[in-house]
Design a protein around this ligand. Structure first.
Ligand SMILES: Cc1ncc(COP(=O)(O)O)c(C=O)c1O
Length: 396
């Protein structure tokens, strides 16, 4: 089944042409040393190297996470210590403070889908405890907090721009300190990988050509079994109705890969300000609509910032199947229930468990029309009311 409302933006052939106007790649924090990696997880791995961490050091990582941030830390040789995240997405500083010992060297904090962490408090906390601050901005395209660029607060920060643009790969490492003694031993992508990327891009551009400008309607709902809600492994036959359809592994053999030249071309061709604006507009409409519903609500402080985010987070307190039902109707909502790292003892973190089970991410990407956003809103209303107004929503 193809999604009617996709979470991925459209790729156009002109994105693939060499850029005549822009020579340099855009960056989220002006004036800072930025490197362009194949994945953000690789950027994190190299960030740990730049910080000078070594085997046996402990790194504090939130219990609510995607396993792609945990695995690079483990494979680097550090020990991961999980800390609690409250149900509103904020850091539990009390829990954090109780987990520090002499081996603890760094704290990784995630700005979740627009729920920002208190960067000044985190900076002070890290200074007091002699920790490096790793700012994970994978869910934010760019923006600022009180006039300072997001990603400029940590000793290092990472971004995952492949989530925002129609490009196959792309993660960024921003260094906010001088680490001139360390470097990256870049390896070029092998021919096979490059050919695969080209093939996929051409197929995607052709496919997206037919998707563009199409007025679409949602299929009616069908029954969803509990196994579909719980099953979310990559590549299974239910992948279009479950949460996790990304590659969530860390592959050490790829750690020195740069961002591919095709992703770099796409990045040079995109119109960043208009994408930022479009995503913010979509987010605002979703926020207003979701704030009016009884059984779901926008997550935490998400309405207080106007950052450009990867997706729009809502909490469906009383149900676990909202994203599954939406996917059944052709709306590519997702959750994080399939991306928990196996090292996490989930029963010790009931608040994170709640979030894995109840936080749902709605598409807000730049290629969505007002009609698409309308379909998302009506789809959510329809599912939470238990009715079937999806066809009416399309006709109106
Ligand atoms: C919070 C967070 N950090 C880092 C990453 C890793 O990004 P990438 O998939 O580009 O390696 C992800 C992936 O989804 C993420 O959710």
């Amino acid at each position: 089944m193809e999604f009617v409302v996709s979470r991925d933006p459209l790729l156009r052939f002109e994105h693939l042409l060499p850029s005549l106007s822009r020579k340099l790649l855009p960056c989220p924090v002006e004036g800072r040393e930025t490197t362009y990696h194949f994945w953000a997880r690789n950027a994190l791995y190299h960030g740990l190297r730049f910080l000078g961490l070594s085997s046996g050091n402990k790194v504090l990582v939130p219990a609510f996470h995607c396993r792609t941030v945990v695995e690079p830390v483990i494979q680097f040789g550090c020990e991961v210590v999980f800390y609690n995240i409250h149900q509103d997405g904020t850091i539990d500083f009390e829990d954090l403070a109780g987990k520090i010992d002499l081996q603890t060297k760094a704290l990784l904090a995630i700005h979740y889908f627009g729920v920002l962490q208190p960067v000044q408090q985190l900076r002070r906390f890290c200074q007091e405890h002699g920790l490096f601050f790793i700012e994970d901005c994978a869910h934010i395209l760019c923006g600022d907090i009180d006039g300072e660029a997001i990603g400029s607060f940590g000793d290092i920060s990472i971004f995952s721009w492949r989530k925002f643009f129609p490009m196959p790969d792309g993660g960024l490492l921003v260094r906010n300190r001088d680490f001139s003694q360390a470097s990256i031993a870049w390896e070029s992508l092998d021919v096979w990988v490059q050919m695969k990327i080209i093939k996929n891009l051409i197929e995607q551009a052709m496919h997206d050509c037919t998707r563009q400008g199409k007025k679409v309607s949602l299929p009616p709902d069908t029954d969803v079994s509990p196994s579909e809600i719980l099953s979310s492994e990559d590549g299974n036959e239910n992948s279009q109705v479950t949460a996790n359809n990304q590659v969530a592994e860390f592959d050490y053999s790829q750690v020195n890969w740069p961002m591919s030249q095709w992703s770099q071309s796409i990045l040079k061709n995109i119109d960043l300000p208009s994408i930022v604006q479009k995503r913010k507009d979509n987010t605002r409409v979703l926020f207003t609509a979701m704030s009016e519903l009884a059984d779901v609500h926008p997550w935490g402080s998400v309405g207080e910032t106007s950052l450009c985010t990867w997706a729009f987070p809502i909490v469906a307190s009383t149900r676990r199947d909202l994203h599954v039902k939406l996917r059944k109707r052709g709306i590519q909502a997702f959750s994080w229930d399939g991306v928990i790292h196996p090292a996490l003892a989930l029963e010790k973190f009931p608040e994170a468990k709640f979030l894995y089970e109840h936080l749902v991410l709605l598409p807000n990407q730049q290629s969505l029309s007002q009609h698409d956003i309308h379909l998302v809103i009506e789809g959510v209303k329809d599912v939470v009311s238990g009715g079937d107004c999806s066809q009416q929503a399309v006709r109106s």
